[in-house]
Design a binder for this molecule. Sequence first.
Ligand SMILES: Nc1nc2c(ncn2[C@@H]2O[C@H](COP(=O)(O)OP(=O)(O)OP(=O)(O)O)[C@@H](O)[C@H]2O)c(=O)[nH]1
Ligand SMILES: [Mg+2]
Length: 186
Amino acid sequence: MLPEYAFIGRSNVGKSSLINMLTSKKGLAKTSQTPGKTQLINHFLINEDWYIVDLPGYGYAKVSRSSREEWERFIRYYLKNRESLQCVFVLVDSRLEPQMADLKFCSWLGEQGIPFLLAFTKADKQSNFKTLQNVEKFKVALLDYFEELPQIFITSAEKRDGREEILTAIDDINKNFKSDFKKKNV
Ligand SMILES: Nc1nc2c(ncn2[C@@H]2O[C@H](COP(=O)(O)OP(=O)(O)OP(=O)(O)O)[C@@H](O)[C@H]2O)c(=O)[nH]1
Ligand SMILES: [Mg+2]
């Protein structure tokens, strides 16, 4: 069993772009200007060591309500039951003020005891000041739901910002995963 990391966020937030940036393989995860491009759970094996999972965006309004609800049920089922899932990267658009859909999703992860990290996307689209302002507002809003804040990354797929930080965080979690795994086999 290999450790798995799920990337999720609202439609068009830049999940597939961030995955491509992290893996350095352009075109590995399909990106698009049309929200809703990713409609399946896509697994990408990285270094034969761990998986990234590209999930379809939540809150995508253009598919029918029933198929959206079905997908959301499926994603929630996957997140709750996937044994190899180490943590979830919740992607948040750094250009926006805190969005209810994102906060609710984080709160749901918290209720389920699913560990998550936050990655703010598209930081190249505005000034650093504006990005940090939105990140700060999001933190304040999260504190309504959590006593402690998760680890936060500020990223740009365009400029490849945040790449080392995220890969280092994944590496650290992988190390623990491997030692646990070994213990069980001795
Ligand atoms: N400038 C800039 N554009 C970005 C960045 N990340 C994504 N984009 C653009 O945003 C759009 C959506 O990106 P995707 O990676 O397809 O988003 P997604 O979250 O996978 O979308 P769905 O699969 O539809 O849910 C594309 O036009 C990307 O080029 C970024 O860091 N900077
Ligand atoms: Mg996508």
